[in-house]
Design a protein around this ligand. Structure first.
Ligand code: PXP
Length: 240
């Protein structure tokens, strides 16, 4: 069965909606997600600190019992922070200041050198690195070439596909990229934009070790609570 890593960034986004309040706390959400059975907690420390703050990551490092996954850009500032925090996994993502959320995978065709340097520094310090990439064989091969331990396949284009035919094409690309990455001995994760409906399409893609899901879980948690929202998603993943 694939695992579930719960991204709690959106709890911090809600905290940020008001000046000078300390609630809701993404740390509380992370603890509740773990208690409900999540296999890991994800936070994205963005360059502009728009939601998760440095202090959140420090506290999470001390209390998370499963796995702390730090999403970040491949910049020297972030690499230094990761070396200090020592998360269990770093996921390297592209970052643009103007975007609402991560808009696509890292393009290793143009960024391989900078990314490769970050991968080497982090992995030499004992932190396995996952690279968030689009479902394209070239990207998978480049991730392997720069020795990344893992890839996270971007599922956004599947979720956003407008027609059934488009969806099937993207899903087939995701499936073949997962198989290729697996063959190259990289751990395969997947995520972005997945919800309680779209997750069902991943049935039978056994190469995916873990799904990274945030927005849909936090949105459901607002209605039914964190524990139920996480358990509902775990039950769907169990069925895949
Ligand atoms: N994976 C990566 C690399 C991401 O950047 C995000 C969003 O922060 C997610 C997964 C989770 O996406 P969503 O919040 O849409 O579930």
């Amino acid at each position: 069965m694939a695992g579930l890593a719960v991204n709690v960034d959106h709890v911090a986004t809600l905290r940020r909606a008001r000046e000078n309040v300390s609630y809701p706390d993404p740390v509380y959400a992370a603890v509740l997600a773990e208690l409900a059975g999540a296999d890991g907690i994800v936070v994205h420390l963005r360059e502009d600190r728009r939601h998760i703050q440095d202090n959140d990551v420090k506290i999470l490092r001390n209390i998370i019992q499963t796995k702390l996954i730090l999403e970040m850009a491949a910049t020297s500032e972030m690499v230094e922070i990761a070396l200090g925090i020592k998360p269990d996994v770093v996921t390297l993502v592209p970052e643009k200041r103007s975007e609402l959320t991560t808009e696509g995978g890292l393009n290793l065709l143009v960024n391989a050198n900078a990314v490769s340097e970050s991968v080497a520094t982090l992995q030499n310090a004992g932190i396995p690195v996952s690279i968030f990439i689009d479902p394209e064989p070239e990207q998978i091969k480049l991730a392997h070439k720069i020795n990344a331990a893992m890839v996270e396949i971007h599922t956004g284009s599947f979720v956003e596909a407008k027609t059934k035919k488009q969806q099937e094409k993207v899903l087939s690309d995701i499936r073949s990229c997962a198989m290729l990455a697996n063959k190259l001995k990289m751990t395969v994760n997947a995520g972005h934009g997945l919800c309680y409906q779209s997750i069902k399409a991943f049935k039978g893609i056994a190469e995916i070790s873990e799904f990274s899901i945030g927005h849909s879980i936090i949105a459901r948690a607002v209605m039914v609570g964190m524990e139920r929202a996480v358990k509902d998603m775990i039950a769907l993943i169990k069925d895949l």
